[in-house]
Ligand binder design. Sequence first.
Ligand code: ADP
Ligand code: TZD
Ligand code: MG
Length: 571
Amino acid sequence: MTNDTQSTEQTDGFHLVIDALKLNGIDTIFALPGIPITDLTRKAQAEGMRMISFRHEQHAGNAAAAAGFLTQKPGICLTVSAPGFLNGLTALANATTNCFPMILISGSSEREIVDLQQGDYEEMDQLAIAKPLCKAAYRVLHAEDIGVGVARAIRSALSGRPGGVYLDLPAKLFAQTMDAAAGKRSLIKVVDPAPRQIPAPDSVQRALDLLKGAKRPLIVLGKGAAYAQADAEIRALIEKTGIPYLPMSMAKGLLPDTHTQSASATRSYVLAEADVVMLVGARLNWLLSHGKGKTWGGPNAATRQFIQIDISPTEMDSNVPIAAPLVGDIGSCVSALLAGIGSNWAKPPADWTQGIAERKDKNLTKMAATLAQNPATMNFHSALNVIRNAVKARPDAIVVNEGANTLDFARSIVDMYEPRKRLDVGTWGIMGIGMGFAVAAAVTTGKPVIAIEGDSAFGFSGMEVETICRYNLPVCVIVFNNNGIYKGTDVNPRGGDVAPTVFVKNARYEMMMQAFGGVGVLANTPDELAKALDQAVASGRPTLINAIIDETAGTESGRITSLNPQSSAKK
Ligand code: ADP
Ligand code: TZD
Ligand code: MG
């Protein structure tokens, strides 16, 4: 039977998944093929989607998460069942923790066999396992529900606080056929997937009143503020109020780090001294010492008040009381504050801003002297000074950064000038994001990517240099090679095996990139590093620079030594 709403043409699960994603503006998939999704990867490519195929699912997942952060569209990671799914799960959980929108789509085995635990190929109840690790998890059993499944996944990933979503697609689904016209009608183009959330006027007024009375106000920008893409409004708020601000690591560049109101160079002073603190898309978690303790000590410790802008109402009071919660999306909240501020807002008292400026100048002068040193063996400072200059010359480049000392020093030394140009280990301090994030940054922006990697950190995703070469991505990986985790100097007191934090000395990481046709350079001096980095950025060729760093230069756990329990027992 045919009429004008039915056709003789058939479609199937494979095509409906692809069509549903495309209908919603998703043009890239980060994947690792295998049963049952091999043909999905092939067909998606044939249908014009960018298909980036990885060597390990965790890195495909990390790429999806970074793409989500950069584009405000959920990044898609596609994996096979059980082990592939589990490999992708760390990235899904990490995305959720960091509030990055992504969708992990995994093929799964036959439901009937899985549920009776009869031992299917790659048997696992994936939906149940994913659920506690993401914002939402869905399974689609019928081809006609693919549209709904994809729409729900997109809405869940993007609306409210963004996060990771799991979509379970059993093998049988892909081959299910249905009438093509009916299939098309079953798809949903999601309207307004991240609806604006306008703050209540009284909450805006409460925040303004508090800010107005402040003698030592401070604004903290978090990666939620970077994600929100309300760059102009945030800049206007900071400049119109004249309030000093601190960017969290991935909020660096929202305003250029060289901005006169940046208090980064005197972080501990402003945290201890501020009387009213406005958090913009930043949680009071461990990265901000939970809003209490020594970091937040000083004369105002007992009376300090917080204003918090966040899309998640339950974030409020999570660590300390929030005197003025401002619940809504950052764009709407900041616009509402700007409207209330008007044109004759009194700037903060001069003793506060001048006190900050003086301390900043002093610290920056000290830092400049340290950076100018040129020790015989490169240390973190002399190597990072080169990267600092390179990023200054190419402010559109994206910096990816992981490691311990390599992370902490790079965060404070390498200034960022544009929003969303810095991707790093985020809320968990997770190692292994490096190459996945770098691939996503290159693929979604086309800009040069500079991945600043501790040698340990690099090891977690190192095999993806093949992926970088295969897609010829403009990624320059710089391995800070200090022969180990934190330092390369630990010794096993019993002799025999090397200490657990130590690697093969003088490893030739650059040869890994050469193995796949990329450029590999060994750099022993700042000049060699600068030359190789300039060439990499100018040429856009996949490059790995093995930067030899003094193995005694770091400290255990970098800047979070205080979180590292150590045995004092004498045995
Ligand atoms: P950082 O690590 O940089 O301090 P966090 O990840 O701790 O940042 O905090 C990000 C916060 O931003 C989360 O609490 C999240 O709910 C919030 N957020 C994310 N996107 C938005 C948005 N568009 N509007 C408002 N808040 C947002
Ligand atoms: N595993 C995972 C997934 N995440 C982690 N954060 C760690 C282990 C523990 N860890 C850190 O927190 S930093 C780090 C590890 C293993 C590596 C530090 O060594 P590096 O950096 O070579 O990358 P530096 O420059 O030598 O300090
Ligand atoms: Mg190291």
